[in-house]
Design a protein around this ligand. Structure first.
Ligand SMILES: [Zn+2]
Ligand SMILES: [Zn+2]
Length: 135
């Protein structure tokens, strides 16, 4: 790579871990699955997807802990403060991609959320608000 552009910078809550994105994400999504709810302690998780090589840690990589949540899915978080950082497949056709938690971006992400997934798993205490907003 001749000229390298940093598209986004991000960090965890305690700032022990910092990262950079070297490309514009191809998709961004809100995921309502039960695992994302548990991991984030929230109604849904928001992630932007880039290729593995377009993501890099610039600080604190040794503080990053990995958790195999299901099959070949690995979720990474800061072992100091618990911030959720990324998830991705360790093998298979999607293993070259990485989903990065939008909530950890320090550079504002203003591009569109391209999809919402696992809507069937939506928490009832979020669904009532989501429904109210549609009327
Ligand atoms: Zn942290
Ligand atoms: Zn999910």
């Amino acid at each position: 790579m001749d000229s390298e552009r940093i598209y986004y910078r991000g960090s965890c809550l305690c700032k022990a871990v910092c990262f950079e994105l070297l490309a514009e994400p191809v998709t961004a999504s809100h995921c309502y699955c039960s695992m994302c709810q548990k991991q984030h302690g929230a109604a849904f998780a928001s992630y932007a997807r880039v290729r593995q090589e377009e993501f890099r840690y610039t600080r604190g990589q040794n503080a990053v802990k990995r958790f195999a949540s299901s099959g070949a899915v690995e979720r990474c978080f800061c072992s100091e403060c618990g911030s959720n950082l990324t998830w991705g497949y360790t093998e298979g056709e999607w293993s070259e991609w990485l989903a990065v938690a939008l909530g950890c971006f320090d550079t504002p992400y203003t591009a569109a959320i391209t999809r919402e997934i696992h809507l069937d798993d939506m928490a009832p205490w979020w669904e009532q608000l989501a429904k109210a907003r549609q009327t």
